[in-house]
Design a protein around this ligand. Sequence first.
Ligand code: 4NP
Length: 148
Amino acid sequence: MKKILFVCLGNICRSPLAEGIAQKHIADMQLNVEVDSAGTSNWHKGEHPCSNSIKIAKQHGIDISQQISRPISKKDIDDFYYVVAMDERNREELLSFGFPKVYKLGDFGGYGGKDVPDPYFFPGFEGFEKVYEMVYLTTKDFIEKKLV
Ligand code: 4NP
């Protein structure tokens, strides 16, 4: 079975959303694909996703509250067929960590290679709605292009 790993910096805001949304697309499309997420840092290891990511996902009927942050590991290099970074910094870190090929989510869904903005430092909830929309459309396009 093909497996996709979504990666951001902390694995508490963006990549947990990507994991949850991609799982929904995969279920809707009745595909047999496994999804996980991880962070390039271990700063939030063991934590659940940030409250705003849990909230925006819940508003769309997706429960990401049980996810647990973890850092990337060397084993992931063998385990995952696709590795997808949220921004350019993540992509560069993943390449130097040893992943041979790293996709960037913003290269899909008509976003022209844009980074998924890091909502961790956003003042309010509004940024999470934009991130949700971008992650929804880009993960859908990625799955349709690579896995259907
Ligand atoms: P994420 O957001 O990479 O989307 O999970 C962040 C979470 C935490 C930090 C930065 C970004 N931080 O600096 O702790």
